[in-house]
Ligand binder design. Structure first.
Ligand code: 5GP
Length: 137
């Protein structure tokens, strides 16, 4: 699928838009979701341009999953979690709203997931959660 380099996450990667970042390296960025489905909702994105998981280079996908695991472990430690929902929506038909591939890490149960991309979170609270996650990385 054609990649739109004006999508929100591309603009965050170019630092044209702000984000509350928890982890960054040459290939991957992790940052807090602005409309969390649970406290601590974090997104992990590869920096290379791909719309869905199906478009992503397999080696980049493999590395991104390593970072997903690393961030999940930090979230578990920092937030005292028993479980995390890992969600990946590929395609608008699946509910994907931002056309740059990303992995959601959501500290909740699948039975209690908040509504998707529906309500802005409290930025101060999100920042405090991000600090805790960063400290555990
Ligand atoms: P998708 O629907 O594509 O799987 O998920 C996109 C996610 O990005 C949603 O959970 C939504 O809350 C989040 N989101 C949308 N716009 C922004 C933004 O400007 N900044 C951040 N940090 N998250 C965003």
């Amino acid at each position: 699928m054609a990649y739109d380099d004006q999508n929100i996450f591309a603009r965050i990667l170019r630092e044209e838009l702000p984000a509350i970042k928890v982890y960054e390296d040459e290939q991957v960025l992790a940052f807090m979701d602005i409309m969390p489905q649970a406290d601590g909702h974090t997104l992990v994105i590869p920096k290379s341009p791909a719309v869905t998981l199906l478009d992503l280079d397999p080696q980049v996908a493999a590395y991104t999953i390593q970072v997903v695991q690393k961030v999940a472990k930090a979230m578990e430690k920092a937030l005292g979690l028993d479980g995390i929902v890992l969600m990946q929506l590929s395609g608008a038909a699946a509910g994907q709203t931002v056309p740059h591939v990303h992995f959601h890490l959501i500290p909740t149960s699948v039975h209690q997931l908040g509504k998707h991309a529906a309500q802005m979170g409290d930025q101060e609270k999100i920042m405090q959660l991000a600090e805790k996650i960063k400290a555990a990385l």
